[in-house]
Design a protein around this ligand. Structure first.
Ligand code: GDP
Length: 478
């Protein structure tokens, strides 16, 4: 933790000038706003005869967990929808077609801005927000950073093709995130369109669509002719209604960064999605390790907006630097407070980079234990042949008991891939490999994400090991 001379003086109730003098005697020439490191700060504290008391994170940083909105302040908010599926199955085309159904866009005649998300007003007057970055990488990366902005996932499957590797990845990611799914079988205008085949193949992944008497909504669409688009929108609205999506619009805003960049003319820009509250021009905020003041906001139609309510995506101008996707923007009461929190986080980020320990399963389990009585133990399984995958998954499922439920997030044949590692990192799950190893791309990121991985060539060694781990992890907690 680093601290400015002025802040340290305030905390010790000493004159800042006296601290500067002491530092000078120690050979350091500093001003009041100079940041000094922890060791130097401790030396000073001792020199002035005070006790060293380290502040905890929550003393300085913003703790939103204590800041819960009362039920009566909650109002309905539009759903936030992400589109996932295999490359070339029509995600971009569908996003464009859905954008085209916006009843406001025609009137305003504004220029479409690509800001990473857009909102449409439906014929019935309801609003829907779409994340305009197709693909599950964005979704997973946000989730890894703890940001869950997506309420509903549309799984796009081309009806003239089948379930492809990225379709299955998208299914796994969506399931792991616990986000409800609507299946859109696209390209219905094509002569080869065969939606029934898709529905049947989805059964293998435990997705039973309505047409197969299940409860996952499905719809046939064509981005080319527009057929089925209204049906899809109706299903999104129905799903949203079931979910009772609400937040408090009348408070200081909190938003999630979905895209950020440095613009040559406008400086650092971030597209944010408002989670709760209303963001206003002039608001002072912290976003990740940056602070700033809202100078202007633009919507996806390129129009200036003075206020942004929940679920509206807006591009924010007035940041001190470029934040990261997944960062939370929080409005604070003063510039001093914004700078203090940003500086604190910057310091934390530097120390974390050098000292961070792998996120331990122990931590994860105690966190989970606090929340629910049955703990889920997530795991990913990769093996060399389908027969082994099935045998391992069956054996692992038998390890579940009343306290710990083993949940195989994904299983499959072949080397451990980048996507497996991403899913494991986002879910805090280990990966077990049976006669397989990670491929080169996966190896590159394993270290970065601190994903735990074990390899076996005898099935009962694998199950024994997992059983021990489950017991061991749970054991000391009781
Ligand atoms: P993405 O990679 O999933 O974003 O897929 P794209 O939206 O880029 O679509 C891939 C290809 O399929 C393009 O050549 C599109 O023109 C075509 N395509 C997408 N949707 C439809 C559709 O509904 N009907 C037809 N006939 N072609 C489509």
């Amino acid at each position: 933790e680093a601290i400015t001379v002025q802040e340290l003086a305030n905390r010790m109730a000493e004159k800042a000038a006296d601290l500067v003098k002491s530092l000078f005697k120690m050979g350091m020439v500093v001003t009041l706003n100079h940041t000094i490191d922890q060791d130097t700060a401790e030396l000073l504290v001792e020199e002035f005869g005070h006790n060293i008391q380290r502040v905890s994170e929550s003393d300085v940083d913003i703790d939103t967990t204590v800041d819960v909105d009362a039920d009566e302040t909650l109002k309905n908010r539009p759903p936030v929808v992400a589109i996932m599926g295999h490359v070339d199955h029509g995600k971009t085309s569908l996003l464009d077609a859905l954008r085209g159904t916006d009843v406001v866009r025609g009137e305003a005649g504004g220029i479409t801005q690509h800001i990473g998300a857009y909102q449409i007003k439906t014929k019935g007057g309801d609003l829907v927000t779409f994340l305009d970055t197709p693909g599950h990488e964005a979704f997973t990366e946000m989730r890894m950073r703890g940001a869950n902005v997506t309420d509903i996932v549309i799984l796009v499957v081309a009806g003239d093709d089948g379930l492809m590797p990225q379709t299955i990845e998208a299914i796994n990611h969506t399931k792991a995130a616990g986000v409800p799914m609507i299946v859109a079988i696209t390209k219905s205008d094509k002569p080869e369109f065969n939606p029934q085949k898709i529905r049947e193949r989805l059964l293998e992944h435990e997705i039973i669509v309505e047409q197969m008497s299940g409860d996952v909504q499905d719809v046939e669409v064509s981005a080319k002719t527009g057929a089925g688009l209204q049906d899809l929108i109706d299903k999104i609205l129905l799903q949203a209604e079931l979910m009772e999506l609400k937040s408090n619009p009348d408070r200081a805003a909190e938003a999630t960064v979905i895209e950020a960049k440095l613009d040559k003319g406008k400086g650092p820009l971030a597209t944010v999605l408002i989670n709760r509250g209303t963001l206003k021009v002039g608001d002072i905020f912290v976003v990740g390790t940056q602070s700033g003041r809202v100078r202007a906001m633009l919507d996806d139609k390129g129009r200036q907006v003075k206020q942004a309510p929940p679920s509206l995506p807006v591009e924010v101008l007035g940041l001190g630097g470029v934040p990261m996707a997944g960062d939370t923007l929080t409005v604070v009461e003063s510039e001093a407070r914004a700078r203090e929190v940003a500086a604190f986080r910057q310091e934390q980020a530097t120390t974390k980079r050098t000292t961070s320990a792998p996120a331990s399963l122990e931590n994860m389990f105690s966190a989970l234990a606090a929340k629910q009585s049955v703990i889920e133990y997530p795991i990913l399984v990769k093996a060399d042949v389908q027969g082994s995958v099935e045998a391992i998954v069956n054996a692992l499922n038998r390890l579940s008991n009343d306290e710990i439920k083993l949940k195989v997030l994904a299983s499959g044949v072949g080397a451990i891939t980048e996507s497996d590692v991403n899913l494991a990192a986002a879910s805090g799950a280990p990966i077990v490999g049976f006669n397989v190893r990670p491929n080169a791309k996966a190896r590159e990121i394993i270290e970065r994400f601190k994903v735990r991985m074990k390899y076996f060539d005898v099935i009962y060694h694998l199950t024994d090991d997992v059983a021990k781990e489950m017991a061991g992890v749970w054991g000391p907690e009781r």
